[in-house]
Design a protein around this ligand. Structure first.
Ligand SMILES: [Mg+2]
Length: 129
């Protein structure tokens, strides 16, 4: 089964960019939403290995998404997109069990390396089952 990514960002342009990077350079499937409120339903009905979420969003923000994913305990790894130097948020996210960060503005290579590292962890977990 193909490994899958859920990308959450309130800015559609960012989602288009993420989707293009993943589709051009990897074999992973990516689902995107610009509404954080859709995330619980997506996690209920589809399987994901990695959740990439923007930090700054209306209604539910990236920390809320992180907490929601972790509380459900289904094992998705969460990558948080933050502004560079937001140490307070980084600390909070670490406490909540974030897997990794991507700092804006990001380079394509950073996205790919961060996603690949998370996917490797998920493949290793899968192999242990
Ligand atoms: Mg945002």
């Amino acid at each position: 089964m193909k490994q899958r990514i859920l990308a959450v960002d309130d800015e559609p342009d960012m989602l288009i960019l993420l989707q293009r990077i993943i589709m051009e350079k990897t074999a992973y499937e990516i689902v995107t939403t610009n509404s954080a409120l859709e995330v619980p339903g997506l996690l209920d009905t589809q399987q994901f290995d990695v959740v990439i979420t923007d930090l700054s969003m209306p209604k539910l923000d990236g920390l809320d998404i992180l907490k929601l994913v972790r509380d459900r305990g289904q094992g998705e790894l969460v990558i948080l997109i933050t502004a560079f130097g937001d140490y307070e948020t980084s600390e909070k996210a670490r406490e909540l069990g974030v897997h990794d960060y991507i700092h804006k503005p990001f380079r394509k290579e950073q996205i790919l390396a961060t996603v690949e590292q998370a996917m490797e962890i998920q493949r290793a977990r899968q192999a242990e089952l």
